[in-house]
Design a protein around this ligand. Structure first.
Ligand SMILES: Cc1cc2nc3c(=O)[nH]c(=O)nc-3n(C[C@H](O)[C@H](O)[C@H](O)COP(=O)(O)OP(=O)(O)OC[C@H]3O[C@@H](n4cnc5c(N)ncnc54)[C@H](O)[C@@H]3O)c2cc1C
Length: 388
């Protein structure tokens, strides 16, 4: 491992590797990424990896839209594969959320995002297997889908290494040294690396990493469950990805014969001891909701599942910023259920912030560190905050 670097990144999930790659693209290659386990072993490897644009705020909608074109042109733009599959994305809300959905669709269309409100009649052409009630309201995104989080993360890592970056696995950062108000080094289990810049991208562990520098960041780990279901492909060869706000869960196809369903109660958990499996009673309830949405799924069966962590902030939006009070310390943390689909643009904008002093591709100032003290929290049009 090198003993000096221009920039050290802590965390080898999709966020850390995307930042590492994009620093290389801006010509900064004397970089080191530290990962305590292996690439993608945190929230990234457990992600449903749904890529949709339906957001309540322009900053995340723009990032998701620009990121989508990276996922769909990944080999040319990054190298390797993203595993992106276009399925279309349907968002379904109750009548009481009609105003929020209409506002969101108008805002998204103004940004040039390919989306539209649709009726039950339209669904007969778009997604005839989906059943909706008269009091439900829908929007459709034809270009959305899902990708492969492990392939994206390792491709970013490989691309960064080709440009000169170093990635060290199974070597946790144990301390960020600060002297005279600036970062001077990152200490690891295997030795010390002198550096003027440290970037914390440690997912759910970020609060602990930052606490060692005396910085308190409002992050809460929340458990989210995923079930893999064997689809009755004879009756249901395919279905779109659905953000079912009306029933507080989501699902997408997973290859040609499986369906992946995400659900949970947003319960705060301890990140080292939480139950990483699936609660069968909660899963059975979610399966009932899925059958109401796609009746043909009544013949699906449970194949297995897991739980992972959303790292939430008070407004369920990330913090992308320099850490106030310590020169050279940056953080890209608090992605809740959004981090995968935004990861290409998080890498681009964080690299711009670090190298050029401000992000130009998308203005990330609404995601600044100080917004919680300033009372400038972002708002969601819906109560189901993961679809913020
Ligand atoms: C069940 C589930 C479903 C999801 N579904 C979606 C979805 O459909 N769409 C979407 O966009 N997002 C989704 N997300 C969210 C998305 O996956 C995350 O926001 C994203 O993966 C976060 O990436 P990260 O790199 O910040 O964190 P992580 O992937 O957790 O990476 C952090 C890394 O830091 C390492 N680390 C920690 N401490 C240290 C240390 N001291 N030194 C060195 N390394 C350290 C960890 O080992 C880990 O590998 C989902 C998340 C979960 C859990």
């Amino acid at each position: 491992m090198k003993t000096t670097a221009d920039i050290v990144i802590i965390g080898g999930g999709v966020i850390g590797t995307s930042i590492l790659f994009n620093l290389g693209r801006l010509g900064v290659t004397d970089t080191l990424l530290l990962e305590k386990d292996v690439l993608g072993s945190g929230s990234t490897g457990r992600s449903q990896a749904i890529c949709r644009m339906h957001y309540s705020n322009p900053v995340t909608a723009k990032m998701a839209w620009k990121s989508l074109s990276v996922f769909t042109h990944f080999t040319e733009m990054v190298g390797g594969e993203s595993g992106f599959v276009e399925t279309g994305y349907l968002v379904v809300v109750k009548e009481e959320d009609r105003g929020g959905l209409e506002r969101n669709v108008a805002m998204l269309c103004q940004l040039g995002i390919d989306t539209m409100q649709v009726t039950a009649n339209d669904l007969r052409d778009i997604a005839p297997m989906v059943s909706v009630r008269e009091d439900e309201v829908m929007a459709w995104e034809p270009q959305s889908g899902y990708a492969d989080p492990y392939m994206v993360t390792t491709s970013y890592g490989a691309g960064a290494k080709e440009m000169g970056a170093e990635i060290v696995l199974r070597n946790p950062a144990t301390e960020i040294e600060v002297s005279g108000g600036r970062v001077t080094a990152v200490v690891t289990a295997d030795g010390r690396v002198e550096t003027p810049v440290a970037v914390v991208a440690a997912g759910p562990w970020s609060k602990m990493v930052l606490a060692k520098t005396g910085v308190d960041v409002p992050l809460v780990p929340v458990r989210h469950q995923v079930a893999s279901l064997t689809r009755p492909v004879d009756k249901l060869p395919l279905h779109p990805t659905v953000g079912d706000i009306a029933q507080s869960f989501s699902f997408r196809p997973d290859g040609s014969a499986l369906t992946m369903m995400g659900f949970g109660d947003e319960e705060e958990v301890d990140l080292e001891t939480y139950n990483q499996g699936v609660d069968m009673d909660v899963m059975a309830d979610a399966l009932g909701r899925l059958e109401r949405r796609i009746p043909a799924m009544s013949d699906a069966y449970f194949r297995g599942g897991w739980s992972g962590l959303f790292t939430t902030t008070p407004d369920w939006h990330p913090i992308l910023d320099a850490v106030p009070g310590i020169d050279g310390l940056y953080c890209a943390v608090g992605f809740s259920g959004h981090g995968f689909k935004l990861s290409p643009m998080i890498g681009v904008t964080m690299a711009e912030l670090i190298v050029e002093g401000a992000s130009s591709t998308v203005d990330i100032s609404p995601l600044r560190f100080s917004r919680f003290q300033e009372g400038e929290l972002l708002e969601s049009s819906y109560r189901y905050r993961v679809l913020a």
